[in-house]
Design a protein around this ligand. Structure first.
Ligand SMILES: [Zn+2]
Length: 391
């Protein structure tokens, strides 16, 4: 890792090759572009909701047994289907439930010192078993999350996730139309997720091609995770993807890598997630450093922190350890994230300015601040931290 990319800019300062200690990683302001609300619940909250509904098919009296059902634990081999099996939609009986989950998820991001987040959620997930109307779900989540963002001091926007195997093209268009009503309240883009293997991107060309011109929404497409580089190239060329969720297998075709680099497509990389789904065998084998070296706009994101029992700080620590990432590398990927955010240019510029000041303050040793300039809530869940120490 040289830290010198093909755009020709040099690392700044002398910090770069000094190993970044965990405490400083924690203090750095971070941009999170790829976090699913469905994977960002609090375990205790889900258990409480399960008890409230008396869902006796779950081990309601045994938190550890419940954990093994909804989180990846040391009992699970890394595997995509095992990972997917942890997403369940049984919990919601009133609209207060998704509202609370969203509120807590943003507060938890604040504790990781997330500066700006585009939190994605699938309205269909919350409506499926509960029978809630889509608009009602969207409103509940926006309200809960916004309250979390105000309390936690996080700049927040939303992406709506459309599941490939759940919705056909017409249903997706209907969803997008509904989302347009919530632009003012922060829905900034659309995410295509789900079973890439059986539902390749070309099936959704009609929904996504020209989406921005029609609706003002940019798209991020999960691609190059279950399928190869052609899936990524199709998402960029034929679905007008501005960002790619994962894009791991882009590396298999130099032309696809070049396409992503040249069009400044942001690859939303999620290291812990990729290991737990078995998409990469180890972090050392992850293509992230190769993309970075080639000037592709790679970024660091969690994906599903609670299902993974990880935080964004953990992913930063992995990058520091396995890719010898230094402070200026972290700064750069966060700027990539902000430049790839689905905000209008003026808002982006203001965020980048503020981010840079916060980053400089963090490396100068100033205590981290939130978007109001108040001390940030940047402590991990004590229990999660302790559990990780024991592991
Ligand atoms: Zn994802």
């Amino acid at each position: 890792m040289t830290g010198l990319d093909r755009e020709g800019s040099m690392q700044k300062g002398t910090h770069n090759k000094i190993a970044v200690p965990a405490k400083l990683i924690k203090a750095l302001p971070k941009v999170e572009l790829h976090r699913h609300l469905e994977g960002a619940f609090r375990l205790k909250t889900l258990l409480e909701l399960a008890r409230k509904r008396n869902l006796t098919e779950f081990p309601l009296d045994d938190e550890e047994a419940f954990r093994r059902i909804v989180q990846m634990t040391e009992h699970d081999e890394p595997d995509f289907l095992t990972f997917l099996s942890k997403f369940k939609a049984d919990w919601y009986s009133t609209l207060e439930d998704p509202k609370r989950v969203a509120y807590e998820a943003v507060l938890d991001a604040a504790k990781e010192n997330v500066f700006y987040m585009e939190m994605r959620f699938s309205p269909e997930h919350y409506a499926r078993k509960s029978g809630f109307a889509l608009e009602a779900v969207i409103e509940a989540i926006l309200e809960g999350a916004r309250r979390g963002a105000d309390e936690g001091g996080v700049h927040l926007a939303f992406l709506v996730t459309l599941g490939r195997e759940k919705l056909d093209a017409n249903a997706m268009k209907r969803y997008i139309k509904i989302c347009q009503k919530y632009k003012e309240r922060g829905i900034a883009g659309i995410d295509l997720a789900g079973d890439e293997l059986n539902f390749p991107p070309e099936l959704f060309g009609k929904v996504f091609k020209g989406l921005y011109e029609r609706t003002g929404f940019y798209a991020t497409i999960h691609a190059g995770e279950a399928r190869g580089a052609e899936s990524v190239a199709t998402a960029i060329r034929d679905l007008d993807a501005r960002r790619i969720g994962h894009g791991l297998r882009t590396i298999e075709d130099p032309a696809a890598v070049e396409l992503a680099r040249e069009r400044k497509i942001v690859l939303e990389q999620c290291l812990t997630s990729n290991r737990l789904t078995g998409t990469v065998r180890s972090i050392g084998k992850h293509p992230f450093p190769e993309y970075y070296k080639q000037g592709v706009r790679v970024t660091l994101n969690t994906d599903d922190p609670q299902i993974q029992q990880s935080t964004l700080n953990d992913d930063y620590a992995l990058a520091a350890k396995h890719f010898t990432f230094g402070l200026e590398d972290f700064r750069r990927v966060n700027i990539y994230s902000l430049e790839g955010s689905f905000q209008p240019p003026e808002a982006q510029k203001a965020l980048i300015k503020k981010y840079t000041a916060a980053f400089d303050a963090a490396i100068a040793g100033a205590p981290p601040t939130d978007k109001y300039g108040k001390p940030a809530k940047n402590t991990l869940h004590e229990k999660t931290a302790k559990r990780r120490e024991r592991a």
